[in-house]
Design a binder for this molecule. Structure first.
Ligand code: NAD
Length: 353
């Protein structure tokens, strides 16, 4: 795809990463973003409020499993690329209700790929399909080593198994039908507009309100964290400079245990809200571990750095400070989202089916 691209079909663009991507794509001059989103509990049109009245953005409420709708959007708007974020994305929910993950992540991705296959005959030159995925498809690392694009798949949760399946379909559609798919696998994201069931916003909001901070097991699991804007830049570079059929990994070179992450958030909230140092750490509560909890993820992003020219711009200390400030400054966004059906309760013990 040549820069600047003209029209994109983005899926899941009302969710956390998708909405950050859509906002930056419109700001950087894309002529039109067609945003297909089912608006599940995780999709929030308020994330797209800055685009109200902007004709470069069209939000279409619909399901990626709806083949007729996807085909119609492709025929009507003739996009230069598809950027596919839509997914059920929360591991704990996948333990409670895996069926929705198979439907959206596997069947939905297949539906998009198959519509793209039919669309290839009329697609503009340079058309690309970027499938956004996670490093969790590779399973768990021991104390050493990093994931790289050739790492074997070894998913542990229904979420990561469904994402692994969708990655395989994306690659197979390139090998079999020459659909120009590019797969990206990224480490844990954090930043503005993340639904507060995920670790970082949950801890920030609970700290602010003086509620317990549930840490799974001993908090020893290690994650690599990337600021959401850096992930969005990587996806954009994969769209513009990625090689069809290739896989690119993005990570923050920021490994930290979950417990250390929570302590860092506590200290930042105390500092930025004027609470005495150490106040929020007293809220840390160790709870039963997640079944199948992977010990450690870490990403080697060398290929993306060399081939796409991608660089992380924000380190963990800076990104976390920006994130905590965003949640403190956007209280109405937070209260609206947590006044609905989700009330920050514990999920993922496999209690429901
Ligand atoms: P999210 O849960 O915040 O957003 C998902 C969006 O998809 C929501 O807007 C939701 O309404 C929409 N959606 C769900 N089912 C749909 C369907 N059937 N049809 C249309 N839209 C549907 O997720 P996120 O954290 O923004 O993640 C986006 C993508 O990035 C996912 O594919 C995820 O696997 C991947 N990813 C996430 C992370 C992370 O740390 N959050 C890390 C690496 C990769």
């Amino acid at each position: 795809m040549t820069t600047p691209a003209r029209t994109l079909l983005v899926t899941g663009g009302a969710g956390f990463i998708g909405s950050n991507f859509v906002l930056s794509a419109v700001a950087s001059g894309f002529a039109k973003i067609i945003n297909l989103d089912k608006l599940t509990y995780a999709g929030n049109p308020a994330n797209l409020e800055p685009l109200r009245g902007n004709s470069s953005h069209v939000l279409v409420e619909g399901d990626i499993c709806d083949a007729a709708l996807v085909r119609r959007l492709l025929a009507e708007h003739r996009p230069d690329g598809i950027v596919h974020f839509a997914a059920e994305s929360h591991v704990d929910r996948s333990i409670d209700s895996p069926d929705a993950f198979v439907r959206t992540n596997v069947v939905g991705t297949f539906t998009l790929l198959d519509a793209a296959r039919a669309y290839m005959a009329e697609a503009p030159p340079g058309f690309r399909f970027v499938h956004v995925s996670t490093d969790e498809v590779f399973g768990s690392l021991g104390e050493e080593g990093h994931f790289h694009p050739e790492s074997p798949y070894d998913p542990s949760s229904p979420y990561s198994a469904s994402k692994a399946s969708s990655d395989h379909f994306a690659r197979a559609y390139h090998r079999t039908y020459r659909v120009p798919t590019i797969v990206t696998n990224c480490s844990n994201n954090y930043g503005p507009m993340q639904f507060p069931e995920k670790l970082v916003p949950l801890m920030i909001l609970n700290c602010v309100e003086g509620k317990p901070l549930p840490v799974y097991g001993a908090g020893a699991n290690v994650r690599d964290w990337l600021f959401v804007e850096d992930h969005c830049n990587g996806v954009r570079l994969a769209l513009e400079n990625g090689k069809p059929g290739a896989t690119y990994l993005f990570g923050g070179r920021a490994e930290i245990t979950n417990l250390r992450m929570v302590e860092t958030i506590c200290d930042l909230v105390d500092e930025l809200t004027g609470k005495p140092a150490g106040t929020s750490r007293t809220l840390i509560t160790f709870v039963k571990d997640r079944p199948g909890h992977d010990l450690r993820y870490a990403v080697d992003a060398t290929k993306a750095e060399k081939e796409l020219g991608w660089q992380r711009s924000c380190d963990l200390a800076d990104g976390l400070r920006r994130t905590v400030l965003w949640y403190l400054e956007n209280k109405s966004w937070c209260s609206e989202i947590t006044s609905g059906r989700y009330r920050r309760e514990r999920l993922g013990l496999g209690a429901s089916t």
